[in-house]
Design a protein around this ligand. Structure first.
Ligand code: FCB
Length: 452
């Protein structure tokens, strides 16, 4: 390998990311309320193979072993999310202290082992009771989310200093309220635009609440960013790419930076005005300490006359004669470089942390070993592109692999295995994959040998 961890500097943060619903299980233990994902994954034909996350990796009961495993792998930064309905079963109001205890134990054990906890406040699992009131489509979500944020900071902010407000809002609003393929399974433009505006308000409002309650916290939020290229140089494909880029990549970051929604490039977004109150435009902005960039792949865009609203479509990787993962996402390391360069070029972005990057492959467990060379190559090549962006001046200060454990991959169920650690879902046995060993060697602290 042509580079080492030292090339990134001593302060660079190396970690792993997870999300509550994807690993915790214990979906109704100790007073937890149901979330939209508990309900959605029990509906027919929503999740591949009828899977659901009721047990998942049972991290709720195995957290100590899993954190100890992380420690044994030299992982010094752990990003995870709080299940809203575990600490607030009614979405608002009374706190479930048994749920709070669980996160206290996770946080305290991390700190004891010298692992820094990084919390994502919302990683897609809205309490079902709030969905019954309209969920993200109801403007009251700004109050509900504000209260949840306040609880998280008051309960855990004494020990946790790194916070992220939302996980990939474009994905939970787009897939959950426009396409209907993620929880809560709602469809249509009106649902989407309302959910989008309320999520964008919460993104900034969450930041303000954290700053007010604890000025010693470092605040960020995460966005998905996919590098896009037009299929051809024809004007129509280029125009289609501009639109998709505005929707997939710019929709949440630009309002945050005070630039408003990218309505010039996607006219349909003008209809968002229906949901805007006087003064909202200013409320969408907040000066984050960092932006969490989540990048996996590149997409190729072509003009498609029949696609409503955007007149564009993505050409899937398996139709393009390129390497791809179990998710049918192209393996294209330079996508993370392009994403970093582009985000880094916004004036208002001070610091970027790669809060997710990783790959699912068809791992085979043979005699208790998993030789996942494809994942090692993926990680090496993507990390090298992060270094390239850093060396060209982008202020990228950390990298978190998605993810520690094979887990519940939303609508895809348990088939795509993204973990550095293999999970046998029947026995809950964990086995560190070759990629996990590679990552832990790569990030190992140098052994300091004292001079005689
Ligand atoms: C991201 C999600 C994360 C995981 C990865 C593969 O979009 O934030 O929960 O599913 O994709």
């Amino acid at each position: 390998m042509l580079f080492t961890k030292e090339d990134f500097g001593d302060d660079f943060k190396w970690g792993v990311s997870t999300a509550a619903y994807q690993i915790e299980g214990a979906h109704n233990a100790d007073g937890k309320g149901l979330s939209v994902w508990d309900v959605f994954s029990r509906q027919k034909k929503k999740i591949n193979s009828g899977h659901h996350g009721e047990t998942a990796c049972d991290f709720y009961h195995n957290y100590a072993e899993d954190i100890a495993l992380m420690y044994s792998m030299n992982i010094a930064h752990y990003r995870f999310s709080i299940s809203w309905s575990r600490i607030l079963p009614q979405g608002m109001g009374a706190i479930n202290y048994k749920g709070v205890d669980f996160y206290n134990r996770v946080i305290d054990f991390c700190l004891e082992l010298g692992i820094e906890p990084w919390i994502t406040i919302y990683h897609w699992d809205l309490p079902q009771v709030l969905q019954q009131k309209g969920g993200w489509v109801n403007r009251d979500v700004v109050q509900w989310f504000g209260y949840f944020t306040e609880c998280c900071i008051k309960l855990f902010g004494d020990r946790v200093k790194k916070w992220m407000v939302l996980n990939e809002p474009m994905v939970f609003t787009g897939a959950g309220y426009f396409l209907g393929v993620h929880a809560p399974g709602k469809k249509g433009l009106a649902n989407f635009l309302a959910a989008l505006h309320h999520a964008a308000l919460c993104q900034a409002e969450g930041g303000r609440i954290i700053k007010t309650l604890r000025s010693d916290c470092i605040i960020g939020t995460t966005i998905s960013y996919t590098h896009l290229e037009p299929l051809t140089n024809r004007h129509k494909d280029i125009a289609a790419t501009v639109k998709v880029d505005a929707l997939l990549n710019r929709l949440f970051v630009e309002p945050l930076l005070g630039l408003g929604y990218p309505t010039n490039d996607v006219k349909i977004l003008e209809r968002i005005e229906r949901f805007m109150y006087p003064g909202d435009e200013a409320k969408l902005a907040f000066d984050m300490d960092f932006i969490g960039l989540q990048n996996y792949t590149r997409e190729i865009v072509s003009h498609a006359a029949f696609m409503p609203f955007v007149r564009a479509k993505l050409i899937k990787a398996n139709q393009r004669n390129v390497p791809f993962t179990t998710m049918n996402w192209e393996v294209y390391p330079a996508s993370i470089y392009e994403a970093l360069k582009r985000l880094g070029s916004y004036k208002g972005i001070k610091e970027i942390i790669v809060t997710e990057n990783g790959a699912a492959f068809n791992d085979e467990c043979i005699k208790n070993t998993i030789h996942d060379e494809l994942r090692i190559n993926y990680l090496k090549n993507y990390i090298q592109q992060v270094l390239r962006a850093k060396q060209e001046g982008v202020n990228v200060t950390g990298y978190f692999v998605w993810t520690l454990l094979d887990n519940f991959e939303w609508a895809e169920g348990f088939h795509p295995r993204f973990g550095l650690v293999y999970v046998d879902f029947d026995t809950q046995q964990r086995i560190i994959k070759s990629s996990g060993k590679w990552y832990s060697d790569f990030i190992r602290k140098p052994v300091i040998v004292p001079l005689p």
